[in-house]
Design a binder for this molecule. Structure first.
Ligand SMILES: [Zn+2]
Length: 383
């Protein structure tokens, strides 16, 4: 039986799940069900990303250990997925022992292979993204630099020893791979974005932190922890027993589909393939990039207080209505707009009028012409 291995990103536990998480996960669930109906053996993976300084700090503020905070948040995600009828096959947590040891394994392998080396970093650091800000970013008059990922200005400077991944050596190989696999990233516009990013040149990437305690220790150097993205991306292999690297792993890897929102495209389409090449592993077959959900045409954000909590919708509507709306309202790749009016009108027009009407007419005819019993159904044929 042909296999189909699909994944959502693992969700960061610094916040409760919002409509964006629900969208990605419902999309994955719908694709899973479709593939299953087509007779494929499907493996659907989701999970949670639990390490990093943000978790460390937010736990401290709440008087919890990072593990306690993570446990609490994971329960929110799992409960929501159960309510939304998400039928995932595995749930990976980056604090799972099998993940921790799997990440150390891939890290060691890349290091032995020569593409992770020890170096020095001095410069600006964005705590929010847990990213070093390159020197090429211009400094403001008061000594701040804008994080290229989130745009926040920071004057937070660090100087530390860390390990770097030789990303600069992978530009040509990545470009060759994209050229040979033009469908690797879909929609096409996102593939073009990735290609131009790589063509601008790649710098080596720092893959450890000495300042972050809540993370996976570097094998042989426990003063350092592994960079959250190196840790997080590896979940796609650790969840299927990369550690054992036996039948289960080889029967599922490479993944057939990684699904994600556009803001984490670079990590998945540039860093992840480069890490895999360095570890001597095959690359995922396809990455599907979707847009964001806007609320009344505005970007949702904590600061504007317009983040949509799926639990509020669930108080008034069935999970199926929510699943239907999210799948129907936005075309994959484009941003979707959520408005309460739009939601109600979809439910009334598509589900109540059209769909319910079709079902009621059909069952009515079965009663009228077939005495309420329908047997001998055959497969659909052209004539
Ligand atoms: Zn940032």
């Amino acid at each position: 039986m042909e296999k189909f291995y699909l994944t959502t990103p693992i969700y960061y536990v610094n916040d409760v799940p919002h409509i964006g998480h629900a969208y990605t996960t419902i999309l994955a669930d719908v694709i899973k069900r479709y593939k299953q109906l087509r007779g494929l053996r499907v493996m659907f993976l989701t999970g949670t990303d639990e390490h990093g300084q943000k978790i460390e700090r937010s736990a401290a503020r709440q008087g919890l250990t990072p593990q306690q905070l993570a446990d609490r948040m994971v329960a929110h995600f799992q409960k929501l997925w159960a309510t939304l009828n998400i039928e995932y096959d595995a749930f990976i947590r980056t604090t799972d022992a099998v993940h921790v040891r799997g990440v150390q394994k891939i890290f060691s392998r890349v290091m032995e292979q020569g593409d992770i080396y020890r170096g020095e970093y001095a410069g600006h650091y964005c705590i929010s993204c847990e990213n070093f800000i390159p020197d090429s970013v211009e400094e403001t008059a008061d000594g701040k630099r804008a994080c290229p990922d989130c745009g926040r200005l920071t004057d937070n400077r660090v100087s530390e020893t860390c390990y770097f991944f030789r990303l600069s050596a992978y530009g040509d190989r990545l470009l060759k791979f994209y050229e040979e696999n033009p469908e690797f990233v879909t929609p096409r516009s996102r593939m073009n974005e990735v290609v131009s990013f790589v063509k601008m040149g790649l710098r080596d990437l720092s893959v450890t932190r000495s300042t972050v305690k809540w993370g996976i220790p570097v094998p042989g150097d426990p003063q350092q922890t592994i960079y959250v993205w190196f840790d997080a991306l590896s979940n796609y292999i650790t969840a299927i027993d990369y550690l054992g690297e036996g039948e289960r792993f080889h029967g599922l890897w490479p993944a057939d589909l990684h699904i994600m929102a556009k803001d984490i495209l670079k990590y998945h389409a540039v860093y992840w393939p480069a890490f895999l090449m360095a570890a001597g592993l095959p690359l995922p077959r396809k990455e599907l990039i979707h847009g964001w959900w806007l609320k009344d045409e505005k970007k949702m954000s904590k600061s504007s207080g317009n983040v949509l909590d799926p639990h509020i919708l669930l108080r008034h509507f069935s999970p199926d209505a929510i699943r239907y709306f999210l799948m129907r309202e936005a075309s994959i790749g484009a941003d979707g707009n959520f408005s309460h009016e739009g939601f109600i009108s979809r439910v009334n027009t598509d589900l109540t009028n059209d769909w319910a009407n079709l079902v009621s007419r059909t069952t009515g005819m079965i009663e009228k012409y077939f005495a309420g019993e329908f047997s001998g159904a055959g497969l659909y044929t052209e004539r």
